[in-house]
Design a protein around this ligand. Structure first.
Ligand code: TXA
Ligand code: MG
Length: 341
């Protein structure tokens, strides 16, 4: 199949028609590019899984243009969901709700819940309204790889497997949405993102809902998490193709030992602005020390380093887990391994 990248504006009518016909299309959102198909059409949904090589047990996020459309796709829209949606939609927040019959069981990988998001991007909104369908859309990368934040990234991932990519330029957030399960007694964050635990808790408190917002589980709770909820929270995910190891600037023992033991390796380094890099690294990409700015360029930087075919990537970890740093840390953890000592 030939894959075309079209300017978003001129490509929109065709993209909307393809969605209505059960075909799949890649499109920009504010978080990352999505690979979309009609969430009510089992053929479209199976095409998404197939194009990505995604395991059938990892459910997809359904995109809708507004709260009313989210209510149309869910069996229940609890008060917590209404408050969070009112405050954060359109935006990088996904709510896990009870599914209704408008959504194919395959979207939810057979569960009775569905993850729903209202994206804050003019092209995504125009595609939703133009097609008139709820659009199931995972990130538009091959399963397990780094998410795409430009149309070219999507092409590099899925060329030959999809027909059309709408080009809306680089994504403004750069990390996937915060996923929050609101089907239980209190909300549980299944995947951290640009909307932090503190922002969620503050919003609920302001609405008079004094309740806990459970954060991403600690390693001790990992077993429950794995069993319970989001297959997308698998340990290894968002990964570059080159083997990547993590290190902290506050403890360079492993880093220095590695450089000493492997003097002939071609090393790619991903580090923050103030890190004094050894001159021996073959390729370096520097990340901003502001969390939002870092999130925006993180995946591009990883991809650029991945493309230069180093023997190994060494990835500096943020020392903070406040706000968006937690989401950055989470993605980098899944993309990297611990340095071998
Ligand atoms: O920002 C985003 O969320 C992007 C853009 C395209 O909207 N989409 C995205 O989709 O990141 P994907 O498929 O790459 O990640 C969806 C995440 C996975 O971790 C998946 O396991 C989880 O949402 N998820 C989907 N449906 C779920 C459900 N019913 N219950 C629990 N987790 C669910
Ligand atoms: Mg993904």
């Amino acid at each position: 199949m030939r894959t075309r990248i079209e300017p978003a504006d001129s490509g929109l009518p065709e993209a909307a028609e393809l969605i209505r016909c059960g075909e799949i299309v890649a499109f920009p959102t504010e978080t990352v590019y999505g690979l979309g198909g009609d969430a009510g059409n089992p053929i479209a949904v199976s095409r998404i899984y197939q194009a990505k090589g995604r395991p059938g047990n990892n459910p997809l996020i359904v995109h809708v243009p507004d709260v009313a459309a989210a209510q149309d796709c869910s069996a229940q829209f609890p008060a917590v969901a209404a408050v969070l949606a009112q405050r954060f939609w359109p935006g990088p927040l996904t709510l896990v709700l009870q599914r209704n019959e408008r959504i194919c069981p395959a979207v939810s990988a057979g569960r009775n819940t569905v993850a729903i998001r209202c994206p804050n991007h003019p092209i995504a909104q125009a595609l939703l309204r133009g097609s008139g369908r709820p659009i199931a859309a995972p990130s538009a990368n091959a399963s397990g790889h780094t998410s795409p934040t430009t149309a070219q990234h999507v092409y590099d991932e899925l060329a030959g497997r999809i027909g059309l990519i709408l080009n809306g330029g680089p994504c403004s957030v750069g990390l996937e949405s915060t996923v929050v399960d609101v089907t239980g007694i209190y909300p549980v964050i299944l995947r951290p993102g640009a909307i932090s635990q503190a922002m969620l808790a503050q919003c609920l408190a302001a609405a008079g809902m004094a309740m806990e917002v459970a954060a991403l589980p600690s390693p001790a709770e990992k077993a429950i998490r794995d069993d319970l909820k989001s297959p997308g929270l698998l340990e290894s995910h968002y990964a570059p193709r080159t083997v990547a190891y993590r290190f902290y600037a506050s403890d360079l023992r492993g880093f220095n030992t590695y450089l000493r033991r492997k003097p002939n390796e071609r090393i790619g380094l991903l580090c923050f602005e103030d890190f004094v890099a050894p001159t021996t690294v073959a390729k370096k990409r520097v990340l901003p020390s502001n969390a939002e700015a870092c999130a925006k360029v993180l995946y591009s930087a990883l991809r650029e380093l991945d493309a230069v075919r180093c023997d190994v990537l060494l990835v500096q970890f943020p020392e903070s887990i406040d706000g968006v740093w937690l989401a950055i840390e989470d993605r980098l953890r899944r993309a990297t391994k611990e340095l071998p000592l």
